[in-house]
Design a binder for this molecule. Structure first.
Ligand code: ATP
Ligand code: ZN
Length: 293
């Protein structure tokens, strides 16, 4: 019997494409591109990747053509807010593609909460999410659904206000717009269909998610080592950012000084090192972590 292969749908090109491939590679999967450019196969595990438009990823997963998908939460939420869509399950956030779906308007717009949107035209490519937001806020406004380039709508007099994805805000600024209110916080997420797959595929999903979690947990995490007076341990534990109880080992021939090792989940800044020194630590080393599980 041939082994069933796990299929993962990822964005073919665009903001999520490279980062999706990076995460899969960092999880130890060696990718070989197919001749068609539309797929990759994994050399060292029974996994194939389909490269598609991000908007099609939920359908691929819902229909069972792919077992997993890597897609923006905004795309999933827009689909879920629409009529008769089969629900999908968000397994984990992936730590990239962060953005917000925001209401934005020309700089001179006087905004005093959602009520200020009453009676206005709002251009968006997210009509379902916008409709839900307006209903929740009890605001009556006209939704102008566009396919893209929403940020030009106010200049073209198609709408007074827009509802669009923002990350740095540079695109809005370049169009004389400013964000007023967040409708949805988004980032890339891993999704699956709710139905139970074959035992083989379920096991593969478990193993892929465990590896992804490991990669994401190790991103930004650092291994910190130092020598410190035993008496300074409480203060040092307090300074170490996002660390569990540190490992404390005796130093040969010293009773008053110990070696302290800790995994820090948050960024370790120069200020942190200075604070550690101030608490009496010496020989401080900060090392990157390659894998974590
Ligand atoms: P496709 O050709 O696959 O349909 P697209 O043009 O719809 O591509 P991209 O612009 O590549 O999509 O964005 C993909 C995802 O990246 C978005 O759905 C969103 O989750 C995320 N993203 C992060 N920052 C931004 C941003 N500033 N603008 C738009 N999307 C962003
Ligand atoms: Zn798209």
């Amino acid at each position: 019997m041939t082994q069933k292969r796990l299929h993962i749908a990822i964005q073919k090109s665009g903001r999520l494409a490279e980062k999706s491939l990076d995460l899969i590679r960092d999880a130890g999967f060696r990718l070989v591109k197919s001749a068609s450019d539309l797929a990759y196969s994994v050399e060292n595990a029974p996994i194939d990747l389909w490269c598609v438009r991000d908007d099609d990823i939920p359908t691929f997963v819902a229909d069972g053509v792919a077992d997993l998908g890597m897609v923006g939460r905004n795309v999933l939420a827009e689909r879920a807010a629409g009529p008769n869509s089969a629900p999908l399950v968000e397994l984990m956030p992936l730590g990239f593609g962060r953005c917000r779906l925001s209401i934005a308007a020309p700089l001179n717009f006087a905004y005093a909460g959602a009520k200020s949107l009453s009676g206005l035209r709002i251009a968006t490519t997210y009509p379902n999410l916008l409709e839900k937001f307006l209903a929740e806020q009890g605001v009556d406004a006209k939704i102008v659904t566009m396919r893209g380039a929403v940020e030009v709508a106010p200049r073209l007099k198609l709408a007074e206000v827009i509802c669009d994805l923002v990350s740095t805000g540079a695109t809005l600024e370049a169009n004389g717009l400013a964000p007023l209110q967040t409708v949805l916080e988004s980032e890339a997420v891993l999704v699956r269909a709710p139905r139970v797959a074959s035992e083989e595929i379920e096991r593969a999903i478990q193993s892929v998610t465990a590896r992804f979690r490991g990669v994401i947990a190790s991103q930004g995490a650092k291994y910190v080592m130092m020598n410190a007076p035993r008496s300074a341990l409480p203060e040092i534990s307090r300074i170490l950012p996002g660390a569990d109880a540190p490992t404390v080992t005796p130093l040969a021939g010293r009773d008053d000084v110990v070696a302290v090792h800790a995994v820090c989940q948050e960024s370790v800044f120069w200020e942190t090192l200075e604070a550690l020194k101030g608490a009496g630590a010496s020989a401080i080393l900060v090392l990157p972590i390659e894998k974590m599980m």
